[in-house]
Ligand binder design. Sequence first.
Ligand code: SF4
Length: 425
Amino acid sequence: MPRYFIWTIGCQMNKAESLRIASYLDFLGYQVAPSLQEADLVVLNTCVVRQSAEDKVLGTLGLLKGLKKEHPNLFILVTGCFVDSNIEGLKRRFSQVDFFFKPGAYTELTNWTQLQGISTAAQEIGPLTSPSPCAFVPIIQGCNKFCSYCIVPYRRGREVSRPLEEVICEVKGLMKQGVREVTLLGQNVPSYGHDLPSNPDLADLLAELNSIDNLARIRFLTNHPRDMSRRLIEAMASLDKVCEHLELPIQSGDDDILKAMRRGYTVEQYRKLIRAIRYHIPQISLSTDIIVGFPGETEEQFEHTSSLLEEMRFDVVHVAAYSPRPGTIAGRKYEDNVPPEIKRKRLNKVEQLQANIAAELNSAYRGKTVEVLVEGEKRGKWHGRTRSDKIVFFENKDDCTGQLVEIRIEKTSPWALQGKVGYNN
Ligand code: SF4
């Protein structure tokens, strides 16, 4: 039986897309190979958001060039953000690759497998198997925002939403496999639907999904603050299966830096948005993203970001040091002039500050009982997440994967909670 290996780096979108491709290859009769070297067909699902990620892709393509020489029948497929609009140019540069396809271009993939005689009929690609009770469902590809530092709109293209009925059908299919939680994915999920004929929006989709039996929880990420409408916030507040957790990247706490980033909002507008969300959903937990060391960022501008983090008290902060991406507006226009040691210092400061805030926020869970959807077992402990997206560890003698379990929290840290089982359903 032929074997495949899928090499994936990058965001949750890539991981979800790799699962879909794996399901399709399973359907075609392929088996999973234990390593890239032992496969008959390799898919690279790539990320180029950071230069280091692109370097890994180039390194793996180099390795595959050698493998292809040894095994000329090896099929090499490349997808993800590495595949830009100049596919002919990519073909010339990487002659070892048999097929390049853009993220989510599944019809092209199925056509290619037919052309190669790997499949005999057109077959829809769907998530036929889900290894976890929590599944990721891409609902929108691409981004229309063009933040100055970001390569995504150039590689993934403009926003394209999946039809509402198709998403609902897919989620219903996942329910049959025991999935209880879905996370709707996209580069900017609140923008969902504007390109579809009947203009449904994310609030409409959430309402439809909320009525599906046996589905326990719905999440979505990631979200541009400008597209978080009042209607969407109200839908989140009123639909019982939509979890009280939101990822809302701010990127900087300084207006001039936000302008240079072309984020399209001011700190005060973001502050007002958070106030509205906390008013409608008081128990909301919030995550954000921060870039430190953006070109020209002064000490004072960085301090504005630190103070904003102290004021907002996010549950989670993902922080990254700026690195220029060729092909972006910032890469062309701005000099990367914050020294690496200053970037590192600022990054460490944000991490330390956030660890203290998260430790305080999480300590409030001590003594409380929370509902946990159990995702699996690791080193003798079961783990899952609360509706607020806190990771919880606990001991239990029976397998309770996929169950909603009541856990009384006894210990907390900035990163996780630990407790004892109450009762399940
Ligand atoms: S919203 Fe900005 S950062 Fe996010 S994917 Fe779009 S362009 Fe990139």
